[in-house]
Design a protein around this ligand. Structure first.
Ligand SMILES: [Zn+2]
Length: 260
C-alpha cells in the first residue's frame, strides 16, 4: 500500500492485474460476421468435397458447447460477434438461445480504434471493446484457419496469443494436441498444436491481442484447424467432432483458469 503512494502507475497496474486475476468472466468472440445476403464472411472450405464449412457460421453453431464447459466449471461466459444478428433462421435461433451480443459494427470490414487503448486499431476492434468492457479473465477469439483456396494437407495449426496469454495458449494448444489431433481423430501427421505470440500490430488480429494485453487480459485466437486441409474439414464436418472440438477449447480455458 505504501508503495502505491509513491508509484501511482505501478499501483494502477496492480489493481488492474488483480481485477483480471479475480474475474470469473470469459468472453467468447465469434469470428468475422454474417452478411445478410452472402452469409458467413470468414474462411471456408474450397468446395464441398470434404465438408462444407464456413468459420463464422461454424462458431454460431458450436460456441454454446465451448461456453457450457466453461460454465460447468463455475465461470460465466459472454458471447459476442462483431456483426449483426444473422438473417439465417437457424443461426438466429441459436444466437438468441445463447444470448449472443451483436456489436453491430457499422462497417464490419473497416478499421476501428480501441476504446481502451486508442493507439490500437484493427478490423473487428469493436468486439474487443465489448470484450474489455466485461472486465474479463480471458478473451477467446473463435476462428478456423485456411492455408489456400484449394485443398492441401497442411499441419501447422496454432493458437495465437498475447504476452499475458501465453499460459492460456499453452493450455488450449495442449488439449487440442492430446484430444483432437491424430489420436483424437483429426489427422495432423504427428505435428503438435503450436503457440504463436502475436504482437505485430494490425496483422491477423494483432491489435485485438495488444489491446487485451494492455489491460492485462490473456487473449487467444484459435487457428489450430485448416478448412483448406481435407483431413481437418472431413473431421470438423461431422457434428459429433465439431462439438468435441468446441468443447476441447472450453477444457483448455478451464484448465488455465483453475491453475491461475
Ligand atoms: Zn477467421
Amino acid at each position: 500500500m505504501l508503495l502505491c503512494i509513491f508509484s501511482l502507475t505501478g499501483c494502477q497496474q496492480q489493481i488492474m492485474q488483480a481485477q483480471v486475476r479475480d474475474s470469473r468472466i470469459v468472453v467468447l468472440d465469434i469470428g468475422h460476421y454474417y452478411h445478410p445476403q452472402r452469409g458467413g464472411q470468414g474462411a471456408r472450405t474450397p468446395d464441398k468435397r470434404f465438408g462444407n464449412i464456413e468459420e463464422c457460421e461454424y462458431w454460431y453453431r458450436y460456441v454454446g458447447y465451448t461456453a457450457r464447459i466453461i460454465e460447468q466449471a463455475g465461470y460465466q461466459c459472454r458471447i459476442c460477434c462483431r456483426g449483426s444478428m444473422p438473417t439465417d433462421k437457424k443461426l438466429a435461433e441459436i444466437a438468441i438461445r445463447e444470448g449472443v451480443h451483436h456489436v453491430n459494427t457499422p462497417e464490419p470490414n473497416a478499421v476501428y480504434r480501441s476504446k481502451h487503448h486508442p493507439h490500437r486499431m484493427a478490423v473487428g476492434m469493436l468486439s474487443t471493446n465489448y470484450a474489455l468492457d466485461q472486465k474479463p479473465a480471458a478473451v477467446i477469439y473463435l476462428h478456423h484457419n485456411s492455408m489456400t483456396n484449394h485443398w492441401k494437407v497442411y499441419n501447422k495449426g496454432a493458437i495465437y496469443c498475447n504476452d499475458v496469454g501465453q499460459q492460456l495458449g499453452i493450455s488450449v494448444a495442449d488439449v487440442i494436441t492430446r484430444s483432437i489431433y491424430d489420436q483424437g481423430g483429426m489427422p495432423n501427421n504427428g505435428v503438435p498444436c503450436d503457440i504463436i505470440l502475436r504482437n505485430d500490430g494490425r496483422r491477423g488480429g494483432g491489435d485485438w491481442l495488444n489491446a487485451c494485453n494492455e489491460s492485462y487480459v490473456p487473449a487467444i485466437i484459435t487457428e489450430a484447424t485448416f478448412l483448406s486441409n481435407p483431413e481437418h474439414a472431413r473431421f470438423l464436418g461431422k457434428e459429433a467432432n465439431a462439438i468435441r472440438y468446441a468443447e476441447a477449447i472450453g477444457h483448455g480455458v478451464v484448465h488455465f483458469l483453475n491453475a491461475r
